[in-house]
Design a protein around this ligand. Structure first.
Ligand code: ADP
Length: 297
């Protein structure tokens, strides 16, 4: 197996509005769409659509949303053997997107809260055979810490997307290969507004490489010896949902392929940028062909 993604799977309920509602305000939606999401699933689908073998560990409810999402992930060609069904509602997110492509999200963990140590232990033999493990913070922190520690012991690089924003135990940084905060998440992790100083702090805590994603400005990379900004691509962004997730999935793919750092960051930026050009999560994640054509442009 090439890439393991351990994380959230959600049903997203998307409303498109002119401008985001203010506190106490009710507004009429211009369009509605129910669609699969969850940072873990978004990353897994990205890596699969970019041509890699993907094993997913996660949890879905024994409900209709769970049935739909299980079938969708399976139809993508993802190995769904690690997805457990539990007696809790499937995780969901209520997403509101405005005309500028900005969004607000209310998320309910639901079944995702049941991605625990036992599930990870049961699938350890599969994880041992993976080249890279990708995780985020939409499953219990305790599980995230456990994955970091066993990943480190097994010698498998971990990419952690520290989203949604949280502060983490100082002990886990040495077991993380790559951490990929956006600017808000960097602030939560380090207390720093300054991108380079924040990234430096994470390196000093023991992370091997830091990528700060900067939205339409692309990203900043540092591993202590190489430090560089890489521009995003200019696109007609209509919805930034899943841009960070696809960036992470793509970066994992590039690492497995042994792409140079600069190429890998460019590739991840291309995938992130392309994701903003379509509405929704799964629907917006590009195929390898689309990315190659986009990069040649
Ligand atoms: P998150 O979605 O986690 O907040 P970002 O907003 O930083 O993360 O986006 C992740 C990546 O997606 C960026 O590094 C960039 O490559 C791409 N991206 C995001 N927004 C845009 C945009 N408006 N135009 C072009 N690329 C974008």
């Amino acid at each position: 197996m090439e890439i393991a993604v351990i994380g959230s799977i959600n049903m997203d309920y998307n409303n498109k509005v002119k401008s985001l509602p203010k506190k106490g305000e009710t507004i009429v939606s211009q369009s509605f769409k129910m669609a699969g999401g969850g940072k873990g699933a978004n990353q897994a689908i990205t890596a699969k659509r970019l041509g890699k073998e993907v094993y997913m560990i996660g949890a879905l409810g024994e409900d209709i949303a769970g049935d739909i999402l299980f079938q969708e992930l399976k139809a993508e060609g993802i190995d769904v053997d690690g997805i457990q069904r539990v007696k809790e509602p499937t995780g969901n997110a209520f997403i509101t997107i405005d005309d500028m492509g900005d969004n607000t999200i209310v998320a309910y963990l639901g079944a995702n809260a049941y991605v625990n140590r036992e599930i990870i232990d049961r699938k350890k033999s599969v994880l041992e055979r993976c080249q890279i493990i990708v995780i985020q913070l939409e499953i219990p922190l305790e599980t995230v810490y456990y994955i970091c520690s066993i990943g480190y012991d097994m010698g498998i690089p971990i990419i952690l997307d520290p989203a949604p924003a949280a502060s983490l135990s100082k002990d886990i940084y040495t077991s993380i290969h790559t951490i990929t905060p956006n600017e808000t998440e960097l602030r939560s992790l380090t207390g720093e507004d300054d991108i380079e100083r924040g990234a430096e702090k994470l390196l000093s805590l023991g992370v091997k490489e830091v990528i700060v994603t900067l939205g339409e400005r692309g990203c900043y990379y540092t591993d202590g010896s190489l430090s560089t900004y890489i521009d995003a691509f200019t696109v007609d962004a209509i919805d930034t949902t899943a841009a960070g997730d696809s960036f992470n999935g793509a970066y994992a793919v590039a690492l497995v392929e042994g792409q140079s750092k600069i190429d890998a960051l460019k590739f991840a930026n291309a995938v992130g940028s392309l994701t903003t050009t379509k509405l929704g999560a799964y629907d917006a994640l590009p195929l390898r062909d689309d990315v190659e054509k986009f990069l040649k442009r």
